[in-house]
Design a protein around this ligand. Structure first.
Ligand SMILES: [Zn+2]
Length: 260
């Protein structure tokens, strides 16, 4: 049995390519505006509900110039999901906009890569070049959950369940994961921040937040290989996702989009 995937668009920011891409001036092209949206995902299969990432805390958005369109807790309510009853929460990486509301998922098994958990608990992570990308409250919550034995810490490849695999690619964050999901319309890869924008993958132009440039480029190669084998790649922050996939309508109009 395959998964159904819904992308939930809860935030947005207006920006420019020169602010988003790594060393954009290297391309010798004029700057252009580039918006980014913020998503998390809901995977359903029968009674099973898995949530992928938890969005940002609304209070953490304004100081960073990001607009919260719908608070993630409210978004879940509009989709009829009680976070306390979600069985699994997959965290693709621990940046601020992916771990903001973890406390809502009281009963969930958390799935996070070992590389990510270990990196953010080391003193080096406190360097502002890294620490600026996290919400310390979320990191503390995940570390506490890890100590309490609620976290499944994954290696390079981890079969979460039949039809759902997490692969650690690094690059953007030390333990950045992508998720390969079997759906009725074939394999869908939720790239999360391994690819923020479609253009990033098409042109292989690294995004500006990097811990390993070679790993980021290797992740592009892996994703392109998956795409040529027939998989659909869904980038983590591209407003085109909401344009390309059907709007669920109803209470979730403009908020939730059916990926598969
Ligand atoms: Zn990120």
């Amino acid at each position: 049995m395959s998964y159904e995937i819904v992308a939930v668009r809860y935030g947005t920011v207006r920006s420019h390519k020169s602010e988003l891409f790594y060393r954009y001036q290297a391309y010798g092209e004029p700057d252009a505006s580039q918006d980014m949206d913020f998503f998390f995902y809901v995977l359903r299969r029968g009674d099973e509900v898995i949530v992928v990432d938890t969005g940002f805390r609304p209070a953490a958005a304004a100081p960073r110039g990001r607009e919260c369109l719908t608070a993630p807790a409210e978004a879940l309510a509009r989709l009829g999901i009680d976070p306390a009853r979600v069985s699994r929460l997959l965290i693709t990486h621990m940046h601020w906009d992916h771990i903001g509301n973890v406390e809502l998922f009281e009963a969930a098994e958390l799935v996070v890569s070992t590389a990510e958990l270990e990196f953010w608990s080391q003193p080096i992570a406190r360097n502002v070049q890294f620490w600026a990308h996290v919400d310390p409250e979320g990191v503390a919550l995940l570390e506490a959950a890890w100590r309490a034995g609620r976290v499944t810490a994954t290696g390079e490849r981890h079969d979460v369940s039949p039809g759902l695999r997490a692969i650690t690619v690094g690059g953007h964050s030390p333990g950045q994961q992508i998720l390969v999901v079997e759906t009725a319309s074939g394999e869908v890869v939720l790239a999360s921040d391994a690819v923020h924008l479609y253009e990033e993958l098409e042109l292989e132009r690294p995004f500006g937040v990097i811990v390993s440039l070679p790993e980021m480029c290797e992740a592009y190669a892996l994703l392109k290989e998956m795409a040529s084998a027939g998989a659909t790649i869904v980038p983590g922050h591209d407003p085109l996702v909401a344009a390309r996939y059907p709007d669920l309508g109803g209470d979730a109009a403009g908020l939730a989009f059916q990926i598969a």
